[in-house]
Design a protein around this ligand. Sequence first.
Ligand code: NDP
Length: 488
Amino acid sequence: MPRAKKDSQKPDQQFATNGISVMGDGNIDGITTVADDRKPGEWGRAWSVNITTYLTTLFILFVTPFIALYLFMACPEFECSVTSPVIQFYHGKLTMAAFLARAPSLNVLAFKMAVIWIMLQILLYYLPDVFGYILPGYAGGTRHGAVTPAGHQLKYNVNGLQSWTITITLWILNGVYFKWFSPAIVVSNWGQLFWVANILGYSLSVFVMIKAHLFPTHAHDRKFSSSIFYDFLMGIELNPRIGKMFDLKLFVNGRIGMMSWSVINISYAWKQYEVHGFVTNSMILVNVLHGLYVIDFFWNEAWYLRTIDIQHDHFGFYLCWGIFVWLPWTYTLQGFYLVHHPTLLSTPVFFGVLLLGIVSYSIFRAVNHQKDLFRRTNGNCKIWGKSPEFIECDYYSGDGKKRRSRLLLSGWWGVARHMNYTGDLFQSLAFCLATGVSHILPYFYFIFISILLFCRCYRDEDSCKLKYGKNWDKYCNRVPYRLIPGVY
Ligand code: NDP
């Protein structure tokens, strides 16, 4: 059966048998106690809040919902101009009341759509995974996440690719065969759905906050800070669950966020056809490039369990509202723009952008794959044709246990410390370039991802420093650049 290999060998055995070069403290049998001020389980989300973090928290909580609304309204109300409403505000030609009066209203259909969508995804989430048995190289079925700061290792039912395939097949079959409703229904009710998504995003954020206090899933994996706002934003529980297997974070991120992304894009293409009678090559390109990103996510869902989202980020407004509202309404702006501004790309531009998208995707995937392979096999693998070099590290989980890990020095991880972010950044640029260069609005995704990944470099490195102490410094000395070798 083509399931991925389980971690079968202990690191020590591998060192002895594979001759992998080990750097760092290198004491294999009894790990040396590190002489630094690390405390058990204190990596991940911050515990204390300084004034900058506090102000940023308030900004995100109270301003970003308006940014999402503003960006959404730019196309239907201001011809996709980002600056026009601001200029009109400035000259007194538009008031806040007049602006809000142009906002869409809530309707029952949007609520029904959201309920049916969530119910379908819950149903698919519980189906046993079949793809793991029939697709060579695909890692589905029961998988384990990383060890949490409190020392838990959770089980997940990885079946996202199967859920995605069923969802998209149903969506397309409906459009071309059953014709129950137009697949453009999403964008036709985009404004109404915006309010429903906000209600759901805020309600879930409040629910997980209450749950974290009253009935947490893993009490020792909670984090509290001195600020209720910060706790609300960044979450208290690490992996809140309903019952044993319904993992809220994996469900919301994967099955609400990533799954919706594909359906929304198809809806945009359908809408463009309904309104203009054709689908532009730019719309096809946006669908193809975004589609590649989403399929990659589901194909590698087992890898996703070991990314910062699942491994380190706690579950609060940042992820709840972010996935319900921010991702669907801002990440997909390129397709929305093309519904309102159908753009035809010349053949060289089309293929140039496609090439940029494919090359940057390949880098993004290769970097992520190298780390995943290295960690999954405990270094018992080849990276760029050679046995990998790494730094042997120890760290402490909250239960006081000393645990071991390794930082990869070979392949992309020896070129720069976050080459996966570099690949992601160029990919997002390709998404935006696919819409042409006449408006700034579809470039919002690139601007946002640049800020997000830039900040993420620092957030992750602070966390790694807390976790690995001087071994992290060693890694930084050995691989001095973050995103672009020789530059930054
Ligand atoms: P990474 O996959 O880079 O994970 C970072 C973690 O990897 C670190 O915390 C550390 O965790 C481990 N690590 C760091 N250096 C090494 C090394 N040299 N060898 C082995 N392990 C190492 O980051 P993310 O989870 O942020 O991102 C995953 C992907 O998702 C990226 O490609 C990113 O671009 C993408 N992404 C996209 C977003 C979007 O909105 N489009 C948002 C966020 C991410 P440990 O504790 O295990 O040692």
